[in-house]
Unconditional design. Structure first.
Length: 270
């Protein structure tokens, strides 16, 4: 993906790392379309960042994905990159009887959402020279956090899915690039915006854009802060990395009153 002249659709970019990436890609010269569920946020983005287009999309709704695709391609027939950014991260307790609804929603958003986006946009991307499909996994795809077992699993699935579809799509002319974030100071879960163990958002986004520019042929975009997680197993440091990660994120003894319900927008990176 040439970030100086691509036309990029980023579903799930109304806040956090998605919005930070969108703003920086536009500054590099790309045409950027931001997608999200909340029209009020989309309106704010259009006002605050002239030139960034916006489209409403709910990646848990196949009909919404198809409608957004049609709208994006109508306005931007030269679209050549899609970044499957939308995701949800929820705390779970599998020793309790009520984890299933949360787990199902995480799977639908984090795994089925990107698969449905790919199904909707790949027919078009295959017609565009230099097209790119960007997936977003996590350092937790490689080292589990006890608080978020289904999130970990969906991100591990995205990592392996990215590897698998790359083998099919790159010979067909579509590059597959996986962005692998560490913990970043965003509102994906309550309190992470101020977490001392999370990477500052601007620092993270700047490094990602620098890597995209410097490594146009990379299959994975790995900021330095995520490499201890990404390579923990192959380096022989897996057990100590798991212990260190989970010691830094202990499970609360009782749910915090401010923890969002799975339907709360604060739980969704859109």
């Amino acid at each position: 993906m040439d970030i100086t002249q691509s036309t990029v659709f980023i579903p799930g970019a109304t806040s956090g790392i998605g919005l930070a990436l969108a703003v920086r890609l536009q500054a590099q010269g790309s045409t950027v379309v931001v997608g999200g569920r909340r029209t009020a946020l989309l309106d704010e983005i259009a006002l605050a960042h002239p030139g960034i287009d916006t489209v409403r999309i709910d990646t848990t709704d196949p009909g919404s994905i198809d409608a957004a695709r049609d709208e994006v391609l109508r306005r931007h027939p030269d679209l050549d990159a899609v970044v499957a950014m939308a995701g949800v991260m929820q705390l779970e307790d599998w020793t309790s009887p009520d984890f299933l609804a949360t787990a199902e929603r995480v799977v639908e958003t984090n795994l089925l959402g990107p698969i449905r986006l790919a199904a909707a946009f790949l027919p078009h991307l295959r017609t565009r020279p230099g097209a790119t499909l960007v997936t977003v996994s996590s350092g937790l795809a490689h080292v589990p956090l006890a608080l978020t077992p289904t999130y970990n699993a969906t991100k591990a699935a995205i990592h392996r899915l990215s590897d698998g579809i790359r083998l099919q799509l790159e010979p067909a002319g579509v590059r597959v690039v996986e962005i692998v974030p560490p913990a970043v100071r965003t509102n994906i879960v309550v309190g992470q915006e101020e977490s001392p163990v999370a990477m500052p958002l601007d620092e993270y986004a700047d490094e990602v854009v620098s890597l995209l520019a410097a490594q146009p042929d990379a299959h994975e975009i790995l900021v330095e802060r995520v490499k201890p997680l990404r390579f923990a197993e192959v380096s022989g440091a897996y057990d100590t990395t798991v212990a260190r990660l989970n010691a830094a994120h202990p499970r609360p003894s009782t749910p915090h009153p401010s923890d969002p319900h799975p339907s709360d927008p604060r739980a969704v990176r859109v």
